[in-house]
Design a protein around this ligand. Structure first.
Ligand SMILES: [Mg+2]
Ligand SMILES: [Zn+2]
Length: 240
């Protein structure tokens, strides 16, 4: 019998139950945290209907999402205040979101936000959601998220210029690649839950440990087409 096979001589760690990997949730924003896709709603309201042709070209994989977004947003005509007021009109948050974040925090799990959408409406809607007395700053709104990835806009008069600062997590299709974000989340040693709805969330399939998809969404259909199991939901109170 070798020394390390004798009871009591083995390193103590071999007798310990391995502690479960921490859980890290990665949330998409448009159509997931919100009921509607806010970027699409703003384009529908402020751009001529031809923006849909550009969006369709992206859905057919003919152009990348950032190329589509550059072209779509170049068609929109509105000043920043107008755009934000409209986002507040249409930006209903999916029921149970804050309570889900509370449950996640109570379990000491982590939340990241990974959106292919834009700063002006994400900051406005999350700012409203987490408004607590005097603490309405953008920093406070994001204190619940370990990391946030989304794109930026610059309003110049009634024109909107879009910017894609996250080159490090881009893929050939996405400016904020949900698959690359899931890889970063996995690299922390965590079990990764990805929560999403859209075509741009497909990169997370096979990269997250678990996919939670809005029922009947494009992400749900993509999981079914690829034979990947997922958890469907309509309301966040359906999730643990
Ligand atoms: Mg989405
Ligand atoms: Zn991607």
């Amino acid at each position: 019998m070798t020394a390390d096979l004798q009871p009591g001589k083995r390193p103590a760690r071999k007798f310990q139950m391995a502690s479960p990997a921490p859980v890290l949730w990665v949330f998409d924003f448009d159509g997931t945290v919100t009921l509607k896709d806010i970027g699409d709603a703003v384009c529908s309201r402020f751009a001529p209907p031809t923006w849909r042709d550009i969006d369709d070209a992206w859905l057919r994989h003919e152009i990348s999402l950032p190329d589509a977004q550059r072209q779509m947003w170049a068609l929109a005509r509105c000043v920043r205040e107008e755009a934000i007021a409209y986002c507040r009109e249409v930006g209903q948050i999916r029921p149970g979101f804050v309570e889900l974040l509370d449950r996640i925090a109570a379990r000491n799990e982590t939340v990241w936000l990974a959106s292919g959408g834009f700063d002006f409406y994400i900051e406005a809607l999350l700012g409203d959601l987490f408004h607590t007395g005097a603490s309405t700053s953008v920093e406070n709104s994001f204190s619940r998220f370990g990391r946030q990835y989304f794109n930026r806009t610059k309003f110049v008069g009634d024109r909107i210029e879009v910017e894609f600062p996250h080159h490090d997590i881009s893929c050939e299709k996405c400016a904020v690649c949900k698959g690359n974000v899931c890889d970063l989340a996995k690299a922390t040693g965590a079990t990764v839950n990805f929560v999403g709805d859209g075509a741009s969330d497909r990169c997370a399939i096979g990269r997250a440990d678990r996919i939670l998809a809005v029922r009947d969404s494009l992400l749900a259909k993509a999981c079914e087409a690829r034979g990947v199991s997922y958890t469907p939901f309509d309301r966040f109170d359906e999730l643990p």
